[in-house]
Design a binder for this molecule. Structure first.
Ligand code: NAD
Ligand code: MG
Length: 300
């Protein structure tokens, strides 16, 4: 699923494939992108930048795979130095990203660790300040999604881990980053269509995504006078490790994304331009906003 041309005019309904029976697959959490079939396009060979983030210092969480990987590749090709955050189990995916970013001549710092830990979140931002020389962009893309059919089977441990990963880490990373951000800096958080159209099997996950929307709208107003903007990207169904590592029941993957108006799942490479736009100065008058990249499903 590589080498797709993202720039020429074409029909978005056929630009990338629909899911098929071959898409049914399962990996243990957190999953590796390189073990997926088909391997999702995160812009490795297709994204070309135009200098929109020249000289910026960016932190991207969940940067080894999926939407975070596509964002890290795009940021680097737009001229940013990037600190990559991911889990230790994802080193194989992360090293592919490190190599791609180094080929761009960018400074790359790779720091594996668990964002459920407040101290680790603080250390991550401190590492950006020390090793990149500051932080201008924080793209919070990491997330946890594990489907559970019945509330009776949803454990407190999972509920807690989903909130720690998706909401608390955002609080800790934003809190640490804002102290170092200069006017012109940008925070981009990652919500989901699940924030407004929750699936019954994603009770904990969907709830964290609406919390992320509200958190971002409140923080955006709080830091506006410092010249810092806070926005949200809300993807729809996107083909990533999250979905094959417990995010969806395996049999549903054969029809993944077909209920969207565009009739197909999204690819990580299609999410990256939204993060680039919100990170760049082009979105200077936009804060507290949500950019829905969901294949055309109406949103509130
Ligand atoms: P992904 O599996 O490629 O990325 C998720 C990443 O989160 C992992 O790579 C991992 O590095 C990171 N992560 C998870 N738990 C962590 C922890 N405790 N500490 C550190 N890192 C941790 O999947 P993706 O779909 O690209 O997910 C990226 C974001 O997009 C998530 O926030 C997800 O909720 C959101 N999203 C995805 C979809 C979709 O359909 N794929 C739809 C809407 C929103
Ligand atoms: Mg991953």
């Amino acid at each position: 699923m590589r080498d797709q041309d993202q720039y020429s005019m074409q029909d978005p309904t056929t630009q990338f494939p629909k899911a098929t029976a071959e898409w049914k697959q399962k990996q243990p959490e957190p999953g590796l992108q390189k073990k997926m079939s088909p391997v999702p396009d995160a812009g490795e060979t297709s994204y070309s930048g135009t200098g929109r983030l020249k000289g910026r210092k960016a932190v991207v969480t969940g940067a080894d795979s999926g939407i975070g990987r596509a964002t890290a590749i795009a940021f680097a090709r737009e001229g940013a130095d990037v600190l990559l955050s991911y889990l230790p189990e994802e080193e194989a995916d992360a090293q592919e990203v490190v190599k791609l970013l180094e080929e761009e001549g960018r400074k790359v710092i790779a720091i594996p660790g668990d964002l459920k830990d407040e101290q680790f979140c603080e250390q991550l931002i401190a590492a950006a300040v020390e090793k990149l020389g500051g932080i201008d962009i924080l793209a919070n893309v990491a997330g946890k999604q594990q489907f559970v059919e019945e509330i009776a089977d949803l454990t407190t441990e999972q509920f807690d881990a989903t909130f720690k990963t998706n909401v608390y880490s955002l609080f800790w990373l934003c809190k640490a980053a804002v102290q170092h951000m200069k006017p012109g800096s940008s925070i981009i958080n990652t919500s989901s269509i699940q924030a407004y159209k929750p699936s019954p099997i994603l009770l904990d996950y969907a709830t964290t995504k609406s919390a992320i929307n509200t958190f971002s709208k409140a923080l955006a107003q709080q830091v506006a006078s410092k010249g810092i903007r806070v926005n949200v990207v809300a993807p729809g169904p996107v083909w990533t490790p999250l979905q094959v590592a417990g995010g969806q029941p395996t049999e549903k993957l054969a029809h993944f994304g077909e209920n969207t108006p565009l009739g197909r799942p999204g690819l990580p490479v299609e999410m990256a331009p939204a993060y680039v736009f919100l990170a760049s100065q082009e979105s200077s008058y936009i804060s507290g906003e949500t950019l829905n990249a969901n294949g055309g499903t109406p949103t509130p």
